[in-house]
Design a protein around this ligand. Structure first.
Ligand code: ADP
Ligand code: MG
Length: 743
């Protein structure tokens, strides 16, 4: 028998450690090195944690050489000799070829499937399932089903039939491959590491007591079970452990984050209900029940000893700004304890309100002016392109531009209690006297340290209210927002006309344009959203089907809306350019704004009642929902036209079905759940950057697993907040926190 090149050889000169580079134990050629780099596998530990994707059961597989007539065969092998001809008698097309698996070669015949040979190529690795026909000596596989494989399972000669791979039984692992490195290679290299005694020197970061409580295997056992399972149960159990581990680190990071906030002190803000009512009664609308409840939640937190960490989650248009304003009012009308005790002329407590863009910061500033104009409370606006203060001395109804230096002086001495702005708010130069409350709009991560930094020398940590319109499925919220309490605005203000959403194919655009034209004639405005900014590189495949902002704007002007004023907005423009365009759109100097999804976040132009979304299938449903949220602001009926990039037929049927959910779903949460089942969490909520494996991605959808990990994480942090006794866990979550921008 030929000796396999894969047979583990004792070729190490010193003890193998998990942190060792693979190159110090194995000879790797360039393609191998490149491939491993692509998979981010450099060390022995990283190799061992490249877990199998699935398992195959060899007991189902037959050697081609052992097949007999009439048998239902499952064989793995390489294809060859493919061609198609017509049978001379019946003129039925016959495709034929052969499969070889190292034990023998057998003929394959497909009758009446002329396309099949075209789909396959000689040399391809396949799994075939079919019946053995013919006569002894002239056997063939008839009409087998074909599954293409990247490579053959482990190694035909050595492992499956000759059993040299230490698999005494029939399950073998299949690893994720990439060009240059095969599943087989992983299998054999892992086995060599086992043979070198690596399992005895791998320390388990997870305390045994925790694993014990959930009946999960310790690291050593789990690695053995996952790479060389003797039973399917073992593999399952090991996978559960690794999944738990990933979720546990995230939850520990969150628990640690939370604990750091909880031990800090904050400004205690006590408010009388009548005081708050007086403020909210002046709104030009009654609050929704959900808004009232959220305000209560927040005021309750503000009156507590420790800083609030709360997320206000609500669909576009659900009225988050009014909630934010009410809490800002509660804070800005409260006094710091020092002021009370000493009866000094201290300023009131302060609020910082941070928006993701200048346009939004300005809109919030304007909303706040409406809400606060009857009060002697000053409001500042600080953005990269200028500063304002309300009220102006000369005109008490209007804001006035002031120098940044002057504004910051008044913020520093406490005269201005409410400061609204963009990221400029967190610059070093911005100092508050008594910063008690930070409100953040659509800024997904804002960590403890950033929060502390904002308060500068103040030993008290500000309360945090984070707001988002991104609906997130409940199962994921525990992970993504594990360090926050959540308030939901799950109710829309009364009297909103629901938006009319329709899905169209490119061939139906005349109808869409005709509708938009009548809307323009009636004095309304429209958005057209395109998936890309510029015309793509025509040499790239599929490139031409997606519309671009620049070309579409020209085309619409030239061919469709000849009399309309059309302009563009996209992320490559400077903040100032974007602002100018947005102002013009807001003041109706532009009729149609052709844009990328940059308009997604929060911009409010009530007169824009139509939105055409080109290449709609390219967007997530929740994102589409947010996009159409741009046009539900006013009192006019709003319309959303979701247009696919290709005409609907055949394979795009699924696309239509997915988009149909958009026309039916009641709210963003429903769509988010739908997205999750269709696309998985990796694509969504930026979870790629969490460094989760596929296993972890699955695990965070498992509410029981997440809750268990959360309980254990909280217990661990309660016992050992700095993780002094668990340096390995501390290490893991330090990296994680960095990726999540929690630091
Ligand atoms: P979002 O939650 O998307 O930030 P906004 O706070 O911008 O929503 O509110 C959207 C619009 O709804 C604003 O014009 C606001 O004045 C209005 N609004 C807020 N609350 C109510 C309510 N309870 N009833 C009627 N309109 C409301
Ligand atoms: Mg908003």
């Amino acid at each position: 028998m030929k000796k396999s090149i894969f047979t583990p050889k004792v070729c190490y000169y010193y003890k193998m450690l998990p942190t060792d580079l693979l190159t110090s134990h194995f000879r790797l050629d360039e393609p191998h090195k490149k491939a491993l780099k692509r998979l981010s596998i450099f060390t022995v530990a990283e190799l061992l944690l490249h877990l199998p994707q699935r398992y195959e059961d060899v007991s189902d597989i037959q050697a081609v050489g052992s097949l007999i007539k009439g048998q239902d065969a499952i064989v793995f092998g390489q294809l060859g000799g493919l061609n198609t001809r017509k049978s001379w008698k019946s003129k039925v097309p016959i495709s034929e070829g052969w499969v070889e698996d190292g034990t023998a070669r057998m003929k394959i015949m497909w009758f009446n499937q002329p396309y099949i040979a075209k789909m396959l190529t000689d040399g391809m690795y396949v799994k075939l399932v079919g019946k053995v026909a013919g006569t002894e000596g002239k056997l063939y596989l008839t009409n087998p089903e074909v599954e293409k494989l990247d490579s053959l399972p482990i190694d035909r000669h050595d492992s499956i039939f000759n059993n040299t791979a230490n698999l005494d039984d029939t399950i073998y692992p299949v690893y994720r491959e990439t060009k240059g490195v095969t599943s087989k290679w992983f299998f054999h290299t892992v086995q060599k590491c086992f043979a070198a005694g690596i399992l005895d020197v791998m320390a388990d970061p997870i305390p045994e007591a925790i694993l014990h409580r959930y009946n999960l295997p310790v690291l050593k056992t789990a690695l053995q079970w996952i790479h060389t399972p003797k039973k399917a149960d073992h593999a399952q159990s090991a996978r559960k452990r690794f999944a738990f581990e990933e979720v546990f680190y995230i939850q520990t990071a969150k628990a640690k984050e939370r604990a750091a906030v909880t031990v800090s002190s904050s400004y205690l803000i006590k408010t009388e209900p009548e005081h708050i009512d007086a403020f909210t009664k002046r709104f030009p609308f009654p609050l929704t029940k959900a808004q009232e409840k959220s305000i209560r939640d927040i005021l309750h937190d503000l009156a507590g000893k420790h800083p609030m960490s709360r997320l206000l989650e609500g669909d576009v248009g659900s009225g988050k700004t009014a909630v934010a304003a009410t809490t800002a009012y509660a804070v800005a009308t409260s006094r710091p304890p020092e002021g009370l005790a000493a009866k000094l002329q201290y300023g009131n407590l302060q609020v910082a309100y941070m928006a993701p863009t200048e346009i939004l910061a300005k809109q919030h500033f304007e909303s706040f002016i409406q809400y606060f104009k009857h009060l002697p409370i000053q409001i500042g606006l600080v953005t990269g392109s200028g500063c304002f203060k309300f009220p102006s001395k000369s005109n008490p109804d209007k804001p006035t531009p002031i120098s940044k230096a002057q504004l910051l002086k008044w913020v520093k001495n406490g005269e201005i209690p409410i400061l609204i702005g963009t990221h400029a708010l967190i610059y070093k130069s911005v100092e508050f006297k008594h910063l008690a409350h930070v409100i953040i709009d659509e800024q997904h991560r804002f960590g403890t340290n950033q929060r502390r930094a904002l308060a500068k020398k103040d030993t008290r940590m500000p309360h945090l209210l984070s707001m988002t319109a991104t609906p997130i499925p409940r199962t994921l919220a525990l992970t993504v927002y594990g360090d926050l309490d959540i308030s939901l605005l799950d109710e829309m203000p009364k009297g909103r006309k629901p938006i009319i959403t329709k899905v169209f194919a490119p061939s139906q655009m005349e109808e869409v344009y005709a509708h938009v034209q009548t809307e323009l004639d009636a004095g309304r405005q429209a958005y057209v959203i395109c998936p890309r900014i510029d015309e793509p590189d025509p040499t790239k495949e599929n490139a031409l089907q997606l519309k671009s902002v620049k070309q579409e704007a020209l085309r619409l002007k030239k061919l469709v809306f000849k009399n309309a004023r059309i302009d563009i907005l996209h992320s490559k423009m400077t903040p100032k350019e974007k602002d100018t365009v947005m102002e013009k759109f807001l003041s109706h100097q532009i009729d149609i704004l052709v844009a990328t999804s940059v308009v997604e976040v929060g911009v409010n132009v009530p007169n824009a009642t139509n939105i055409i979304i080109e290449g709609a299938e390219r967007f997530g449903l929740a994102q589409l929902h947010q996009l159409r949220g741009r046009v539900v602001r006013g009192t006019h009926q709003a319309y959303c036209f979701a247009v696919t990039s290709k005409d609907t037929s055949g394979s795009t049927g699924k696309t239509m079905e997915r988009l149909k959910a958009l026309t039916e779903a009641k709210n963003g949460f429903e769509l988010a759940e739908y997205d999750l089942t269709l696309r998985g969490s990796g694509e969504l909520y930026g979870m790629k950057q969490w460094g989760l494996t596929d296993l972890g991605m699955e695990a965070i959808k498992n509410i029981k697993m997440v809750e268990a990990a959360r309980t254990e994480a909280q217990r661990l942090i309660a016992e050992d907040q700095e993780l002094k006794n668990h340096p390995a866990i501390a290490n893991k979550i330090a990296t994680l926190s960095k990726n999540l921008h929690m630091e």
